[in-house]
Design a protein around this ligand. Sequence first.
Ligand SMILES: C[S@@+](CC[C@H](N)C(=O)[O-])C[C@H]1O[C@@H](n2cnc3c(N)ncnc32)[C@H](O)[C@@H]1O
Length: 464
Amino acid sequence: MAMAAVAESIQEDPDDKAFLEIRKWFFVKLPVKEIMKKKADWLKELCQEDQKMLLDHTLRSDICKKFPVAFDYQQKFVKTWIQLMEDNNTEVEDVIYETYTTLISAQSVIQEINYKTFLLPDGKELILEESVYMLSNGTTGLQIWPAAFWLAEWILENKGEFKNRSVLELGCGLGFTGLVASMSCEIKEYILTDWHVKVLQSLFSNLCLNLRLRKYDNCTMCEQCFQKFSSSSSENWDRACNVMKNGGMDKTQDGTILGSDENEMKSSLNKKEEAAVEVNDSRQENRNLEGSINKMSASDHGDGDVDCNIFEGDSHRNVGKNTAVDCFNKYEESEKVNKHLNETSRIHFASLDWEEKNSEIKVSVSPDIIVAADVIFEPKLISPFVETLKAFATNAIGDMAIYVASSVRSQQTVDQFVKEIDAAGFVLQEISGPSSEVFVYDRSCPMKLFKIETKSSVKENQLI
Ligand SMILES: C[S@@+](CC[C@H](N)C(=O)[O-])C[C@H]1O[C@@H](n2cnc3c(N)ncnc32)[C@H](O)[C@@H]1O
């Protein structure tokens, strides 16, 4: 059983720190050269038994079979390791050569999606599907960005701030920050939002993966959001549902998944090749999907006030707007939306486009806290983002705090953000980021964390 297998592999962790570290790095795709820098001396001298053990806890583990790390990464990892041992005259286990040979045959596979597995401080595992490309399908949201990790680390250090609060995330991408926060803090509810159809699909897969396939007691996915999204009846949603049904995307028809013997693995890779052809075909499908989403939205509401415009607007939005997956926006009247929020617990997700002025969600949801990571990157998007914050602040019932974490790639862009925030009547202060490192990611870019409040809430807090 998928759940049992995943749990089993968590418990089976080897004691040795080096095994654990390499396993942790492998599953988050730490660059192979970084792994070698840290552990080459240890890796090059492993006895054959330990070589097998390392392989069993990385490439041949249950998690990697079900939720494979990118094949090119796996291949590079094994190749570099073999080279290291050969140069050291260490006898290399046959199974390592076999694994490498099998991976070479995966080279031709177009792998658009791969997985990363993160270990949270309390031992929970978070598995996320991610695109292999930083920019794909016209969006930046199909990979986890550094500020998402950084903000998640800060949230883990400030759990009290989030206890029993209603949190809304803007431009959530694949859902990393939201899932960490929801799985680790006693949050009343967490509403993940993004606008891009592809991002929402992957987000849905990730929510299913972590909250339905593998359940954690303290964290549930809103059933209404789930039903609404999965009933949008497009084959594209099936991908996410298959993750749930099969306990992994790469399960073959006959039930084998990147198995531990070579034939099993090859058979699965062949299926992947077939799937790759389908990926190409599905590009057309994606375009159709937007049409079908559109139709669905219209028929779903039947009230004529559905925004049916797709393929409109400027270049960064040319993938089309997604309205069907939005279980708040134009789904019910605002009172019902609020009722829905109160009745069901924990994680909700919705489509929210900062550029859409009349978005229902902006007036119907009153979060206590808004968070956003790595959303200050495109000067054109700053105004609509700030306008969105303003809309939520205007409708806020009580005090609302906003936390924006950002990598500083361009000081000019950050300065523009600060200026627009000020002009919008907010008070902004830069606060300290996390003090400890929990996740493995590229920390080379400087980060800033801003706390943004309305002037009135700052005044009230000063009076207290
Ligand atoms: C650089 S990515 C960051 C994603 C995620 N927060 C992270 O840090 O991994 C920027 C995100 O903003 C979203 N985004 C861009 N334009 C948007 C818009 N007009 N409305 C809502 N979200 C938008 C993208 O879809 C993408 O997920």
